[in-house]
Unconditional design. Structure first.
Length: 139
């Protein structure tokens, strides 16, 4: 069995963003040479997420609106976490809802997706560099 590891780095210019990282993950899979196995993709920061869904702009706007209703950024005083001097209490909650990681089967050298599935990096406290781990195991 082979193992492959790579870190992808992102820095969004805005506090919140959704980036389709499927092409970067597919490039990692090709580089790994693994044809059958599993691919783990996880956000290595507590205010970012990795998730699978459709790459449709209306859906992304729905995510943004829904997450802001669940955990609004302001008022900052609503989050005890912000008493530490941070202003990202909402980002921690949004990450929890959207998830830390995804695992995708690798079949015949390809990510084994269902219809419309793509991998996304969700940023909830951006404007600084953060990393995503891609770990692929198999043969």
């Amino acid at each position: 069995m082979k193992s492959y590891r790579k870190e992808l780095w992102f820095q969004t210019p805005t506090r919140r963003a959704f980036l389709n990282i499927t092409p970067q993950v597919e490039a990692c899979l090709k580089e790994s040479g693994i044809r059958e196995g599993l691919c783990l993709v996880n956000a290595m920061h507590i205010t970012a997420s990795v998730f699978i869904n459709d790459d449709e702009p209306g859906l992304h706007q729905d995510f943004e609106r829904w997450l802001e209703e669940l955990a609004p950024h302001e008022p900052l005083s609503r989050y005890l976490h912000n008493r530490t001097g941070e202003d990202n209490g909402d980002a921690h909650l949004k990450r929890t809802v959207m998830g830390r990681e995804v695992v995708v089967a690798v079949t015949d050298g390809r990510l084994d997706f269902g219809p419309w599935e793509q991998i996304f990096y969700g940023e909830f406290d951006g404007r600084r560099r953060k990393r995503v781990l891609v770990k692929i195991i198999g043969d």
